[in-house]
Design a protein around this ligand. Sequence first.
Ligand SMILES: [Zn+2]
Ligand SMILES: [Zn+2]
Length: 378
Amino acid sequence: MKSVAALMAERVVCLVEEDRPEARRLANGHALLRTLAVGLCGTDREIAAFTYGSAPAGTDRLVLGHEALAEVVQTGEGMIRLRPGDLVVPTVRRPCTRIECLACRVGHQDFCATGEFIERGISGAGGFMTELFVEEERYLVPVPPGVGELGVLVEPLSVVAKAFAQLDAALTRLPWEDDAPRGLVLGAGPIGVLTAMGLVANGYRAVVYSREPADGHQALFVRSIGADYVSSESTDVAGLVRRHGRFDVIVEAVGVPAFAFKTLPALAANGAFILTGIPAPGPAMDFDTSGLMRDFVLQNQLMFGTVNAGRKSYEAAVRMLEQFLILFPDAARRVIARRISLDEAPAWLRAGGGGAKTVIHIAEARTAARDEGLRAAG
Ligand SMILES: [Zn+2]
Ligand SMILES: [Zn+2]
């Protein structure tokens, strides 16, 4: 079967031929899965540029792909919930083996404290840019047929869902209701747009602040979900605040520190600033640290980073997608801007393709009921 792999010694990303996993050899609690679609993101580009990622121990080849939607083909002994034909999304991170890592020991490897975790398609284990794969049931999150192809967005959305869960935990320190809180999203990429949808769905007055022009198609897209769009090219942070006031929550979704920290004056008293983007190494910045510290102390402000997601956040992401399909059905379907084949993936990765969400379409769901769901989801 065909897979897309990074060959570490040769430093190339290409199609490789691999043995098909054998259904009759399925271990207890494992399922054989057919990959339907895999989303591409900046992490894949970094792996393809050999600046990130690692092959499984003792090998030289990493199969890419961590944002997958798959169909259960066959289940081994001891499966509790899943049946052949079910749609699922595999989680990405696997726990470290260190006994002292309490987070991993209780299934919260997204909070792994040792950094020795494994991530499928990223570091230490093969990913999902392949036709068939095997996974344990506890790492497979069911997706209802009605969500269909959009299930490929569950993994990136799980990062947003985790950020919201962390925010909810932080908001218990403010035991009063704000009936129209303001949320600012930095960046209009796929994570930025999904975050804006989540904020709108949660009753926030949401604004997306990004480089693209105020009359461009990203701006129109953002306005179509009921959020506002402000271009950082034509409006500075002071102008943004004059227009919209300061924000109770700012979610950074681009990974550009110079842009992110410039917006700190737009954070309201008692506000939370959430970092989700991972910047490439860059030069040190000249920065008013006493101003930052003074503002954070005198205004009870809070900043936290969040990465990866646990199973609960994947399940929350599935529910968010169902909600998006009701609240903004057209926009939700338009988040996936481009579909390519597995054969086209190496060239996309080598070219460092970017911008709008691109998804590798690998197979159609086989089960009739599931086909219905995939069609319904466009
Ligand atoms: Zn990704
Ligand atoms: Zn750990």
